[in-house]
Design a binder for this molecule. Structure first.
Ligand code: CA
Length: 222
């Protein structure tokens, strides 16, 4: 069965182009151009993924995303027209699975849709075999090899492993990884990420798994 994508976008030309790309990539989609119809369409169409524009007539994308999250874990990819908006969105911890900025290339959007959909299939989750987290012992293994991590690096990697593909801003990394009373600057986060990358690279020399997201933060992806 073809994956079903709910496309919530009020700019018709964009929606048409993206729709064509989805069709060519063997995906079904339904297009909604009004925020007020999104939730009804979500319930009816039962999509595998929602591509959700932020600024919509009627109900905005933030509200729609929150409403979807109340009832479902269906992946949501938020689309925003402003790069500056990204940080604010990430800070809201909406539970969206990815964030895309306009103007975008439809090809890239479809590629990212595929990545998110692939993660959903239980049979093809490579992180399950590559990375294993032993929460009780606070240890993480890569291909069976234990990583020699500091407590902070452990918490960082555990955060990434809990939501592969999700983009984390430096602020949200600080909130979710560090103790409340620590003064943590962006540079501190960056240097911990650098060390973590080095340690992972010893076991996985040919692969990048922690990606920098320009102007925003980091994303873990296998
Ligand atoms: Ca819009």
């Amino acid at each position: 069965m073809k994956p079903r994508i709910l496309l919530v976008e009020d700019e018709e030309p964009l929606a048409r182009i993206l729709g064509d790309y989805l069709t060519h990539s063997e995906m079904d989609h339904r297009w909604i151009d009004h925020g007020g119809q999104a939730l009804e369409a979500f319930r009816e169409y039962k999509p595998d993924l929602v591509l959700l524009d932020l600024m919509l007539p009627g109900v905005d994308g933030l509200t729609i995303c929150r409403e979807i999250r109340k009832v479902s874990e269906t992946p949501v990819m938020m689309v925003t027209a402003k790069v500056e908006e990204l940080d604010r969105l990430l800070g809201l911890e909406l539970g969206a699975d990815d964030y895309i900025c306009k103007p975008y290339s439809p090809r890239e959007v479809v590629a990212r849709v595929k990545v998110v959909l692939r993660r959903l299939r239980p049979t093809s989750r490579p992180q399950d075999s590559l990375f294993r987290c032993d929460e009780a012992a606070q240890m993480i293994y890569v291909q069976g090899q234990r990583l020699d991590l500091t407590p902070t690096e452990y918490r960082l990697l555990r955060l990434f492993l809990s939501h592969p593909g999700r983009v984390y801003s430096r602020d949200s990394i600080v909130d979710l990884t560090y103790d409340m009373d620590q003064e943590v600057t962006d540079r501190v986060v960056d240097s911990h990420i650098k060390n973590l990358r080095k340690k992972i690279a010893r076991e996985l020399p040919d692969r990048e798994v922690i990606y920098s997201v320009y102007g925003v933060g980091y994303r873990f992806e296998i």
